[in-house]
Write a protein that binds this ligand. Structure first.
Ligand SMILES: Cc1ncc(COP(=O)(O)O)c(C=O)c1O
Length: 374
């Protein structure tokens, strides 16, 4: 194929362009425009939550969600070892202590048993991150967290629109966080959201995302806290409002893309795929990942390089937190082993799986991949 196939091509619909133009024409170009509130209302309602706080990205959402809890320094926060670094960064930047949990090899999600084992009397919150389109099996963790008064932050960045047993992911956390980066199920280019039913958290998050300006008209520049400028613009929110209207189509197409790859690759003996269906959810395929099996003698980087020669872009999996060079330098997670996370980190990569991909391009990726695996 002559055309380069990027790992993600987003899809922007005509109704979305219209809304962005409307926002432009209204002159509300920064965060003080009506689409921000509208997007917050529509998105929080979609996720079955009372309040939404739109922010500049999913990393910001995690930082603010943790900060609004006002936890004592070094409180323990349980997080998955296999995820984007944003989770661990949010914990560290808030002067809290990250406690890592290894993944399950079938789902690539944090292991439920391991999560429960890591709970101590210093645990104040668990960040549950749903990975690559499949949710964590939530029931047990949530039940025990409730009993022990541990707060759940649900990171639903990779599963917007997915249901866990008939209920929407993102509706389970005391606070839920989302990202609207260009490769997410819905996008605002860059962007994020926190959703909650708790008014106190809501008000604190609203303040923190906007430099904690004083609410007093005359005392505006006398700030209440160490906040951030993590605002989302009205232009981005207009795009988000439009995308949300197309969410049904988006989910359907994402599943089609995932199922096409899955059915063509599932019988290959040299690779492992993320589970397609469990008794609690059907994969929504944020990205389509492939992990090379042990003892195949195949090198992940060599396969990625070969695919690139055939104009197919891929990405390595997230690097497990216990192997991050910056955390080693900071002497965090010293001697900690996360065998499953390390294994999928070193042997996993994902294929072009954005909404803009065509079926014949998927066929080409599959054929080329199978050739390179031989
Ligand atoms: C699970 C998860 N959480 C948070 C983020 C961070 O989002 P952002 O890139 O918008 O900061 C990502 C980004 O990929 C993610 O996958």
């Amino acid at each position: 194929m002559k055309k380069f196939l990027p790992v993600n091509v987003p899809k922007i619909f005509p109704n979305e362009k219209k809304l962005v133009n409307k926002a432009l024409q209204s002159n509300w170009i920064s965060s003080n425009g009506p689409y921000v509130k509208k997007f917050e209302n529509n998105f929080s309602k979609y996720n079955n939550k009372k309040f939404g706080i739109a922010v500049s990205n999913g990393t910001a959402a995690l930082e603010i969600a943790l900060k609004c809890l006002n936890l004592k320094k070094n409180s323990e926060i349980i997080i998955p070892s296999f995820s984007i670094i944003s989770t661990a960064l949010a914990v560290i930047k808030n002067n809290l202590k990250p406690i890592l949990v290894d993944v399950d090899l079938n789902t690539w999600n944090m292991s439920v048993d391991e999560t429960l084992k890591k709970i101590s009397n210093k645990t104040k919150a668990i960040i549950i991150t749903h990975i690559y389109g499949l949710p964590v099996d939530l029931d047990k963790i949530i039940k025990i967290a409730k009993k022990k008064r541990i707060i759940i932050i649900e990171d639903a960045a990779e599963v917007i629109g997915l249901k866990y047993k008939k209920k929407i992911c993102g509706s389970f956390g005391d606070l839920s966080t989302f990202s609207f980066y260009a490769n997410k199920h819905i996008t605002t280019g860059e962007g994020g959201m926190i959703c909650t039913n708790n008014k106190k958290y809501y008000e604190k998050c609203i303040s923190l995302r906007n430099l904690s300006f004083s609410k007093s008209y005359f005392d505006r520049f006398n700030h209440d806290d160490i906040g951030w400028n993590y605002r989302l613009t009205n232009l981005q929110a207009a795009l988000g409002c439009g995308q949300l209207k197309n969410i049904k189509w988006i989910i359907k197409r994402k599943r089609e893309i995932g199922d096409l790859y899955y059915n063509k690759l599932k019988n290959n003996k040299k690779i492992i795929l993320q589970t397609n269906k469990t008794d609690y959810a059907n994969n929504i395929y944020w990205v389509f990942g492939v992990v090379l099996k042990k003892n195949t003698g195949l090198s992940r980087n060599k396969i990625m390089k070969k695919l690139l020669k055939f104009n197919i872009d891929t990405r390595p999996f997230f690097l497990t937190m216990n192997k991050q060079k910056i955390f080693t330098k900071l002497k965090l997670f010293k001697n900690l082993k996360m065998p499953n996370s390390e294994y999928i980190s070193n042997n996993g990569f994902y294929l072009p799986s954005g909404l803009g991909i065509k079926n014949k391009e998927i066929d080409y990726v599959v054929k080329t991949l199978l050739k390179t695996l031989d």
